[in-house]
Design a protein around this ligand. Structure first.
Ligand SMILES: Nc1ncnc2c1ncn2[C@@H]1O[C@H](COP(=O)(O)OP(=O)(O)OP(=O)(O)O)[C@@H](O)[C@H]1O
Ligand SMILES: [Mg+2]
Length: 577
């Protein structure tokens, strides 16, 4: 019924059930009750047939209806126990998987995010986990219950009439073979459906993230076409599943019908020739129905079960993705902030060619280094190597004389505050966005907010610093968002500060004011500043000019002007205007 990798997945999923084995076993007990009551219906039919038709026993007038109520009560009790207990187990499994996926998502290296769409991750987190939950609960319940009913009914068949039972059993291998084929198809289509759910989420998310762009470019038609494509792909994959689902039961039932017909004719012949009683025939018939009905449910549950296994497989693929390395054992209280790029070369994991070529650069502790250069020349790439978003491919990168890989990763990152090119805010208050999980006093937050000129606009807001900024900060202006991200970096108070176009969204006046605040801050820390506006970098201890992944000029503002190279010409252009 399962191939070896599916079986492994299933075993691994069962591992999630283990902590809840008591509830699980109780649920199985409920299924046993249910199955027992089902098998008892066959005995009930026998008592009915013999007592009423053969013996004409008046006791059956009250006894049998009472027994009927009893059987239904038993079945109801079993039904409740299994539903509740398995539901309990299933929801725990879903929650556990979600927790693990979420934790793993945060540990994945940046390179993973470059390669995979975030929507695929999201749909694993939401959709795939639900399918596993389904498989772990409903499907397990049905499988246990119906298998037990079948086994019990078969046992009863043998007890009633071994010869007939043997004939009925010849159908077994054929049915098992059919079910195997059906399962394989279910699993294949389920995987496709799950991936296409990821595509649907992706297209929808991209559109939802940029409603203004979609509107002003009148791109609704274009987006619609994209959505139609993934939506249609999803429908097609689903229809394959539906087709398999629709065909599977009738086929299995038809095979069963042939077998049952043969058995029935022999059974009727036995009664006709008075070799067995009416009760035995009825019991035999009920037992047969008790096999074919559960078999129908079993085949029906194969779909969700296989979907769950396929979903589990892709979840485990994600969980097995290697996390970021933890780094070395070195833990620094606070580094001095001496940074050295020593013949560093670097290529992005996805991307063609080398991005940084043989780059050497030394920044003394507490100094300010400015990096300028054309767009795409590799400025952001250089600073992204410092907190180890990516690892260098050649040469070495040292902080305080130690290779960055010697530091414990969290410790290394603790030393770096970053105001990145794209500002990221969370749908929370301004205050929480500045603190961002750090354990700080309200005064410290306010101080950072004041230094980054967040207070200026926050005071005008109805709830001040406690104003919620909206999804990704949409309720604020670009410059306001940038100030919040500067405040966040100020609050972190790390010895190394990276400003990647940190003031690009500010007007000249605010920029000058914040620049002053930043200069204050740069005093006793090493700062790497990237800026297109040269006025913000003039005072740097050193300025390097990058071009296509190489440093082409290096020196102070005055030296570079005197050198009359690329920097000087950039400078002339900006100030000519
Ligand atoms: N995550 C990535 N994966 C692959 N290639 C990338 C990635 N990020 C940047 N690149 C490539 O690396 C090169 C340098 O990019 P980088 O972002 O460092 O430029 P930059 O100098 O900061 O430019 P800008 O001034 O526009 O911010 C570019 O050619 C870019 O296409
Ligand atoms: Mg950049």
């Amino acid at each position: 019924m399962l191939n070896s990798s599916a079986w492994q997945t299933y075993r691994r999923l069962l591992g999630y059930v283990r902590p809840h084995r008591q509830m699980f076993l109780l649920g199985v007990f409920g299924a046993v009750l249910f199955a027992a009551s089902m098998v008892s219906f066959a005995k009930f039919a026998q008592a009915f047939g013999d007592g009423t038709f053969e013996q004409r026993d008046p006791g059956t007038i009250v006894g049998l209806p009472l027994a009927l109520i009893g059987l239904f009560a038993l079945r109801g009790l079993g039904d409740f126990i299994q539903t509740y207990c398995m539901g309990h187990v299933g929801r725990h499994v879903v929650k556990r998987l979600r927790t693990q996926i979420f934790e793993r998502m945060m540990q994945l290296p940046i390179g993973y995010y470059d390669r995979n769409s975030s929507s695929l991750l999201l749909s694993r987190l939401t959709y795939n986990t639900e399918q596993v939950g389904q498989a772990a609960t409903d499907s397990v319940v049905v499988t246990v219950r119906e298998s037990l009913t079948i086994v019990g009914s078969i046992a009863l068949l043998f007890y009633l009439n071994a010869r007939l039972a043997l004939i009925a059993m010849t159908m077994g291998p054929l049915v098992a073979w059919l079910v195997t084929i059906i399962n394989r198809r279910f699993r294949r289509y389920s995987r496709r459906i799950q991936d296409s759910m990821g595509d649907i989420t992706r297209v929808a998310k991209e559109t939802l993230d940029a409603p203004r762009i979609v509107k002003v470019y009148n791109a609704q038609g274009y987006q619609n076409a994209q959505f139609e494509a993934v939506n249609e792909h999803n429908r097609r994959s689903y229809m394959r599943l539906v087709l398999t689902k629709g065909l599977s039961n009738p086929v299995v039932q038809l095979v069963m019908a042939f077998g049952s017909a043969v058995v029935l004719s022999i059974a009727i012949a036995d009664v006709v020739h008075r070799r067995s009683t009416m009760g035995q025939l009825l019991a035999f018939l009920v037992a047969l129905v008790n096999i074919s009905q559960p078999l129908r449910s079993l085949v029906g549950v194969a779909g969700p079960l296989q979907q769950g296994i396929a979903a589990g497989q892709s979840i485990f693929d994600l969980l097995d993705e290697p996390a970021e390395p933890k780094g070395g054992a070195l833990v620094a209280q606070r580094v001095r902030g001496e940074i050295e790029f020593d013949h560093v070369s670097f290529s992005y994991p996805v991307g063609k060619g080398v991005t940084l070529h043989d780059l050497s650069l030394r920044v003394g502790a507490g100094q300010v280094l400015a990096i300028v250069g054309r767009t795409g020349s590799g400025k952001s790439t250089v600073v992204n190597l410092l907190p180890r978003f990516y690892d260098i491919s050649g040469g070495s990168l040292r902080v305080d004389g130690h290779d960055v890989r010697e530091y414990e990763l969290t410790n290394l990152r603790e030393q770096v505050a970053l105001v990145s090119q794209e500002v990221v805010l969370f749908n929370d208050t301004i205050r929480s966005n500045i603190a961002f999980g750090r354990d700080t006093s309200p005064e410290q937050i306010e101080e950072a907010a004041r230094a980054a000129h967040v207070m200026e606009f926050a005071q005008a807001l109805p709830a001040g610093l406690d104003t919620v900024v909206g999804d990704r900060g949409v309720l604020l202006s670009g410059g306001q968002r940038q100030r919040i991200s500067i405040a966040r970096a100020l609050l972190k108070n790390a010895p190394i500060l990276i400003l990647d176009e940190a003031t690009s969204a500010l007007d000249t006046e605010s920029e000058r004011i914040i620049q002053a605040a930043l200069e204050e801050l740069m005093h006793n820390r090493t700062t790497l500043v990237i800026a297109h506006r040269l006025s913000t970098v003039e005072k740097a201890d050193r300025i390097v000019v990058m071009e296509a992944g190489r440093i082409v000029e290096s020196g102070t503002h005055a030296e570079l002007l005197a050198h009359n190279g690329q920097y000087a010409s950039l400078h002339r252009m900006q100030f000519a205007a």
